[in-house]
Design a protein around this ligand. Structure first.
Ligand code: AQP
Length: 333
């Protein structure tokens, strides 16, 4: 079966609807017929210097949200990145194969470093995509389900895999393919529907967090920025706000866009928002119950993550050993 790898950073207390639709729902679907490995990428989160207690709590909370969304540890490997030291080891040798200019062209780095300023920008933020390439190549991954914002990083992973094969011989690395579902690849901010919904957004009002109070979520949806005119129609250029709401509606109900548009003929944006708020609340209430259930016994959660790390390590070790050998590192005795 094709191998899947993906992860999310524990950089916030809650994942948001963009993470859920762009990635998490795909993970759950793909675990049915793929060999899936899902990771809480805590080493990535270190790039923005989180508070240690927050990081620890958010790492468990992120894992509990994967489980609440339907990631099934009986079918998938679920673990925490720092529990498998091979990620950091492979990242070092990949960083020695990555051009400085190549890493400097990553648009996410340019955006984030512009926000943090040069003193606030860590070297880790710069080499972040190399660690991501290590995460992926460490498992001989075939497919990586992510949102659109990760496309460029994935291209770097592919380039690195191809470079290793050219320099160190065919079969040094498996070249991964992105798995990006067009319809939900980019969910936009409710207050600024031209910007992606993001954990680090300027205002919380534009984000739907999966663990937000449902009444707050409903209010945010009802006050989402919409567009000129009245017609409920999917048109990203002319109506980015309404189109974003329609995308979310279609993804959560599994209904085709034209049939949703038809329902709102002669009605207004307010009706769409009211109904969408209900759909989202119906998703969040049971999600939050399942989440709370998983967090109730941190011991059980930690056991599950430890078991996942053990299974992940068993896959990672031989791949790292192969890379060390191809690179010419003297085998340890
Ligand atoms: N708005 C989005 N629409 C669709 N998919 C999205 N993803 C993130 N935002 C959207 C996908 O969710 C996963 C999370 O990966 P991450 O934890 O590395 O975070 P990120 O990509 O940097 O995005 P965030 O969560 O919004 O955080 P910040 O604030 O750092 O930008 C990835 O698969 C991503 O594509």
């Amino acid at each position: 079966r094709p191998r899947i790898f993906s992860g999310m950073q524990p950089t916030s207390g809650s994942l948001h609807l963009g993470n859920y639709l762009g990635a998490l729902t795909q993970w759950v679907r793909l675990q049915e017929d793929h060999d899936a490995i899902y990771c809480v990428v805590d080493l990535h989160a270190l790039t923005v210097s989180p508070d240690p207690a927050d990081l620890r709590a958010r790492t468990r909370r992120t894992a509990a949200q994967y489980l609440a969304a339907g990631v099934d540890p009986a079918r998938s490997i679920l673990f925490v990145q720092s529990h498998v030291p091979e990620h950091a080891e492979l990242a070092w040798i990949l960083s020695c194969q990555t051009g400085f200019g190549e890493a400097g062209r990553m648009t996410q780095f340019k955006d984030k470093s512009a926000r943090h300023g040069s003193e606030g920008t860590t070297v880790g933020l710069f080499t972040y995509p190399v660690l991501m390439a290590a995460d992926i190549l460490l498992y001989d991954t075939n497919l990586v389900p992510v949102g659109e914002d990760q496309r460029q990083h994935l291209e770097l992973s592919r380039n690195l895999a191809q470079r290793l094969n050219a320099r160190f011989g065919a079969g040094t690395a498996v070249v991964p393919e992105p798995y990006i579902v067009k319809e939900t690849a980019k969910i936009y901010d409710l207050q600024d529907p031209t910007a992606k919904m993001s954990k680090s957004a300027a205002s919380p009002n534009g984000i739907i967090e999966l663990l937000d109070d449902p009444t707050v979520v409903a209010k945010r949806i009802r006050s989402a920025v919409t567009d000129a005119g009245r017609e409920v129609r999917f048109d990203v250029d002319a109506k980015p706000g309404v189109s974003n709401l329609l995308t979310i509606f279609a993804a959560l109900t599994g209904r085709p866009l034209p049939s949703i548009e038809a329902d709102y003929e002669g009605k207004g944006y307010g009706d769409l928002k009211k109904d969408l708020a209900e759909v989202v609340v119906d998703l969040l209430v049971p999600f939050q119950e399942r989440f709370a259930g998983h967090l109730e016994s941190p011991e059980a959660l930690d056991d599950l993550l430890a078991e996942g790390a053990e299974r992940a390590r068993a896959l990672a070790r031989p791949v790292l050993a192969r890379a060390y050998d191809r690179f010419g590192l003297l085998p340890a005795r």
